[in-house]
Ligand binder design. Structure first.
Ligand SMILES: [Zn+2]
Length: 160
């Protein structure tokens, strides 16, 4: 078995990404993405940039899953210990630690979900654009926060 050509996204022409049909603001003429002049159309991210970010996302995802799994196991152990000390009427076990561990692993699970969403957008070809306003997300922001779906402006509006 060798030479299987079907490797996801590794080969093939990258010349025509699936251009989104969700163009808002139709009243504004001249910004057609198919227009060769392309003065107004936001440039999509370079394929290499997306690949780099995708790699980062996948690595972080795996890391989060590994950490969450071991944290959950530790919490389960701690809870079992706590049950035992209840029976023996000993010092109360540090419940807060267990609770905090579970909380952190919930937060990590939420981040994994966000990463999944970003990977899905990469597949669809919409990655790198704000899901709220449709503008390009700054590359520096993507590098720092590759799973983000919002541009800086929209993200700061939501936080307020
Ligand atoms: Zn936005």
């Amino acid at each position: 078995m060798s030479g299987d050509p079907i490797v996801a996204g590794s080969t093939g022409p990258v010349s025509h990404p699936p251009s989104g049909t969700h163009r808002s603001g139709s009243g504004y003429g001249g910004a057609n993405p198919r227009d060769r002049t392309g003065i107004m159309a936001p440039k999509p991210l370079a394929a290499k940039t997306i690949k780099d970010l995708e790699k980062t996302l996948r690595e972080r995802r795996q890391e989060l899953l590994d950490t969450a799994t071991s944290m959950r196991a530790e919490a389960a152990e701690a809870m079992a210990d706590q049950d035992r000390s209840d029976l023996l009427d000993e010092d109360p076990a540090p419940v807060t630690d267990v609770e905090r561990t579970l909380m952190v692993s919930d937060i990590m699970a939420a981040e994994v979900e966000k990463i999944d969403g970003a990977l899905e957008r990469i597949t669809k070809g919409t990655y790198g654009f704000c899901t709220s306003c449709g503008k390009r997300i700054g590359i520096e922001r993507l590098r720092a926060l590759p799973e983000t779906e919002l541009c800086f402006e929209c993200a700061s509006k939501r936080k307020v």
